[in-house]
Ligand binder design. Structure first.
Ligand code: SF4
Length: 223
């Protein structure tokens, strides 16, 4: 069944363990029922990367291949991201990669067939999944965040965020104050790597994307 329902979501907060590290979170997310997306996907796809990564990148949601494999950014968009990270001097193995939403939202292709077409998660699903990526940020404590695309940007900065206006700039993301250290984390916004693949001029789109990630490397050098 495609994910076409729309209703209020209870949210993931009651499924996120209060203690434990990333491994415990990755196990717990499998049982999350914070929104309806778990029903039609293969599995939750939690973030991956070193527990003390200096950079944490947030995308939108797992795609078809990620949903099947249970790992983030392994499809074509992930290949674009890994190439750009590499060129910026940021090894993909040294950064933490995750998504704003942990289950794949899709619809069946018109005319039947098995192809699953990506559907952007709605605002309620993004809000429901927020406790998971917040837990990842709190555990990893990155020096720099990267918002890949509009969904990630809006998850971090609210619905008024526009990736076209914000990309390539360094924004201060206020860490929610709930007893933690608070403060802000410098955040670079850019497009989602899938936008590079959809662009009429892929080379130009890739150059802009790579330049945005180059700003992340600059920030780390300054830090
Ligand atoms: S998308 Fe997020 S909130 Fe919804 S069920 Fe999956 S992990 Fe839970």
């Amino acid at each position: 069944m495609p994910n076409t329902r729309s209703r209020a979501h209870p949210g993931a907060q009651n499924f996120v363990p209060e203690t434990g590290g990333l491994g415990r979170m990755a196990e717990a997310v499998r049982d999350c029922r914070g929104c309806d997306l778990y029903r039609d996907s293969t599995q939750a796809v939690f973030g991956q990367g070193p527990a003390r990564a200096r950079v944490l990148l947030i995308g939108e949601q797992p795609g078809d291949q990620e949903d099947r494999a249970g790992r983030p950014f392994i499809g074509p968009a992930g290949a674009v991201l890994r190439r750009a990270l590499d060129e910026a001097g940021l090894s993909a193995d040294a950064v933490y990669l995750t998504n704003a939403v942990k289950h794949f939202r899709w619809r069946r292709a018109e005319g039947g067939g098995k192809r699953r077409i990506h559907q952007r998660p709605d605002a309620g699903q993004v809000a429901a999944c927020r406790p998971w990526w917040l837990a990842e940020v709190r555990l990893v404590r990155p020096e720099v965040l990267v918002a890949l695309g509009a969904t990630a940007g809006q998850a971090l900065f609210g619905s008024s965020f526009r990736v076209g206006a914000a990309r390539g700039t360094v924004l201060d993301w206020p860490v929610p104050d709930d007893g933690d250290a608070g403060g802000t984390i410098p955040t670079v916004a850019t497009v989602h790597p899938s936008a590079v693949l959809r662009a009429p001029d892929r080379d130009e789109a890739y150059t802009g994307f790579a330049a945005d990630l180059g700003k992340v490397a600059e920030l780390l050098t300054r830090g």
